[in-house]
Design a protein around this ligand. Structure first.
Ligand code: GLA
Length: 407
């Protein structure tokens, strides 16, 4: 065989060119298979934090509220439990200046967004903001369409760590995948690590395309503070959302999560038992845990839910597998999530209003019937007897029992 170096120079050059072209072609052909998840290194476990919308809506949010949320996140112990992002939802924007720069409402945010972000950071927390892929936000404030790079640069200058982008007031024919790709690229171009939260309510099946674009995407319309309800404009109760989350469980994973929407825990529309079930299921889904209540006014029951470290550990399991329904018998359901230690988190859910016994069979959660396993109740914080083959519990109406099963 001829040695490469013994070839004449022009021949060596064309060989090198040939190899380079082949490598580039390989890379190009492999590109679609290389990554199914956004490569920004963020949200390796589901993001945890607080967002103003569910508790304060448009009218009642201002810089005082946001500072109080940051203070309470620290003083309540939520920061120590893993909550991190303080996110202002809609209505902080008022218009654009002559150069097109987005401006905050000076009445609601007299110190400006930069000062607010600095304050949040001074508490050891991260700061998030909201925008919209269309011309206007859902509340009619300026959207980012055509201003994506300008807005992303502004967010980065302010010290934003999280951007939620909504899908209201889009222009006819506007494509969701293309639009969210523009904002992803705009955020990436700032060089600042920014979690990207896609909010198009599941309307164009984002689980099929958003993995390489966003860190999380809404799977349904807006959550309502109710156990079971459906609003004509697309709002959903907890039971309606979990039914939408079940079939898409395989699309979630580290860096890219299905988002069943922010928590309603503590907002007053459900019983504490229903809120415990809501929180249990969100953890079983590996859902972002974004609280949406007034953190400065929490009852002991609300704190006990949001601060349940055993349930949070299920949500934050590093393997990042989304749990799903493994049994349905009318209103009685068993949901299971595989954990990185080989265990299972299991939610026994009673959707009906009468108490009932619900049984999780080992075979339904992927274990042999002969396996002996430890069972721990994650709300009673109690180790139960070892069980073989199944675990059964009496579950009150509109409530759930959550256990961790470890072989
Ligand atoms: C939409 C979103 C909500 C919230 C509001 C704000 O409805 O889905 O989460 O951001 O807009 O206007």
């Amino acid at each position: 065989m001829t040695h490469f170096l013994s070839l004449p120079l022009p021949r060596r050059r064309s060989l090198v060119r040939l190899v380079a072209i082949s490598l580039a072609l390989c890379a190009l052909l492999m590109a679609p298979f290389a990554s199914k998840a956004l490569e920004n290194g963020l949200a390796r476990t589901p993001p945890m934090g607080w967002n103003s919308w569910n508790g304060f809506g448009c009218k009642n949010v201002n810089e005082k509220v946001v500072r109080a949320a940051a203070d309470a996140m620290v003083s309540s112990g939520m920061k120590d439990a893993g909550y991190q992002y303080i996110v202002i939802d809609d209505c902080w924007q008022i218009g654009r200046d002559a150069a097109g720069n987005i401006m905050a409402d000076p009445e609601k945010y007299p110190s400006g967004i930069k000062a607010l972000a600095d304050y949040v950071h001074s508490k050891g927390l991260k700061f998030g903001i909201y925008t919209d892929a269309g011309v206007k936000t859902c509340a009619g404030r300026p959207g980012s369409l055509g201003h994506e790079y300008q807005d992303a640069a502004q967010y980065a200058r302010w010290g934003v760590d999280f951007v939620k982008e909504d899908w209201c007031n889009t222009v006819p024919g506007q494509d969701s995948e293309a639009s969210y790709t523009v904002m992803r690229n705009a955020l990436a171009s700032t060089g600042r690590p920014i979690v990207f939260s896609i909010c198009e309510w599941g309307s164009t099946k984002p689980w099929l395309w958003a993995g390489p674009i966003g860190n999380m995407w809404r799977s349904a319309g807006d959550i309502q503070d109710c156990w079971s309800c459906r609003r004509r404009w697309g709002g959903h109760g907890v039971l309606q959302i979990i039914d939408l989350m079940d079939p898409i469980y395989s699309y979630a994973g580290p860096g890219h999560w299905n988002d069943p929407d922010m928590l309603e825990v503590g907002n007053g529309g459900m019983t504490d038992a229903e809120y415990r079930a809501h929180f249990s299921l969100w953890a079983l889904f590996s859902a972002p845990l974004i609280s949406g209540n007034d953190l400065s006014q929490m009852t002991e029951a609300t704190k006990a839910i949001l601060l349940n470290k055993e349930v949070i550990a299920v949500d934050q399991d590093p393997m990042g597998i989304q749990g799903h329904r493994v049994r349905k018998d009318g209103d009685l359901e068993v949901w299971s999530k595989q954990l990185s230690d080989g265990g299972r988190a299991v939610v026994l859910l009673n959707r009906g209003d009468k108490p009932a016994t619900i049984t999780a069979n080992w075979t339904a959660i992927g274990y042999p019937a002969t396996l002996k396993a430890r069972v721990r109740d994650l709300w009673l914080h109690q180790d139960l007897a070892r069980h073989t083959g199944s675990y059964a519990a009496e579950v009150p109406g509109s409530a759930a029992v959550m256990v961790r099963i470890t072989p």
